[in-house]
Design a protein around this ligand. Structure first.
Ligand code: NAD
Length: 296
């Protein structure tokens, strides 16, 4: 049993903190939302009166916040937790943020004698609820080992990607590839439909051919090819366009910094931004199929 502070109880953080409580840890929570705090309190969490209580005397502090600026302001600066966290305690930031901020927070905490890993997740709200998330961790081998024990109570697959910031880089590489595969699969399926093919038959053929990929197999973007996927449920549930657009923004930022050529990623980012501008931000990311459809 560990003493854990948990900050950020939104769609992801709420169920993650609930799983830590279920696993028998002593969990103290903080969020700006009273509703989120009440929900976790009913599940057995201690509610911190202010954010510093989430750090004082904890073995581990976990955060699940929207973006880099939130992570920076929670940990650093005059009012940051850096002034309250016990020496040698471990911070695990599970938010998806830019690698540069993860490295900056990690390095300032480390200079103050506090351990840090970035541990962004894949698996969405269902994975957070069912405790089956994938964690992609950046940090030293020792800190990874320490984090792994706790992350195992919220997830299934836990990878050590490399040094601090590497978790964020690996996550955005994966999501950039995913968006490209989703766009390409949509384009190929619609071209088949436009030329008289049945998308179910075409999907079967491509699944046994060299165009096989994860989106075609498990997340087909064309409605009614697969049951129980967002495309067959009016693109509701799943992984929102807004979140994919955010991750693609981080990917392109990283590519600019490393001077990497990412023409496919840039195109995918622009397509997801276009979907946001058309009011599709709350739909599942497979709704990119609709950009190709002649029925609109
Ligand atoms: P969310 O907006 O539902 O939750 C964020 C929570 O942080 C909110 O409850 C908010 O009140 C709280 N918060 C913001 N600033 C705070 C502060 N200063 N102190 C305390 N609490 C604060 O977001 P989410 O969907 O849970 O996503 C969290 C992170 O996980 C994001 O970085 C997102 O990109 C990533 N992620 C989300 C998904 C998903 O499917 N939702 C999947 C993978 C990764």
């Amino acid at each position: 049993m560990a003493k854990i502070g948990f900050i950020g109880l939104g769609n992801m953080g709420g169920p993650m903190a609930a799983n830590l409580i279920k696993a028998g840890h002593q969990v103290t929570v903080f969020d700006l939302s009273e509703v989120a705090l009440n929900t976790l309190s009913q599940l057995g969490a201690h509610v911190a009166q202010d954010i510093s209580q989430c750090a004082i005397n904890q073995d581990i502090t976990i955060s699940m916040l929207p973006a880099g600026k939130h992570v920076k302001s929670v940990y650093l600066g005059e009012t940051g937790l850096i002034n309250h966290l016990p020496k040698a305690s471990l911070v695990i930031d599970c938010s998806t943020i830019d690698a540069a901020t993860a490295k900056a927070v990690g390095s300032e905490l480390s200079a103050a004698g506090i351990c840090f890993v970035d541990a962004p997740v894949s698996g969405g709200v269902a994975g957070a609820t069912n405790g089956t998330l994938t964690f992609i961790v950046g940090g030293s081998a020792d800190d990874f080992e320490r984090a792994q024990v706790i992350l195992a109570d919220m997830g299934k697959n836990i990878f050590h990607a490399g040094e601090t910031g590497a978790g964020q880089v690996a996550k955005i590489c994966n999501n950039m590839l995913l968006s490209i595969l989703m766009a390409g699969t949509s384009e190929a399926l619609q071209m088949g439909i436009d030329n008289g093919l049945d998308p179910k038959v075409l999907s079967e053929i491509m699944l046994q051919s060299s165009g096989r990929n994860w989106t075609l197999e498990l997340y087909n973007p064309c409605p009614d090819v697969l049951p129980n996927v967002p495309s067959s449920n009016n693109y509701q549930g799943g992984f929102m366009v807004d979140l994919m657009a955010k991750d693609l923004g981080l990917a392109i930022e990283a590519a600019v910094q490393s001077q990497s050529a990412t023409p496919m990623g840039s195109l995918a980012k622009n397509m997801y931004n276009l979907m946001q501008n058309q009011g599709m931000g709350g739909q599942d990311f497979s709704a990119i199929f609709k950009l190709f459809s002649k029925q609109g």
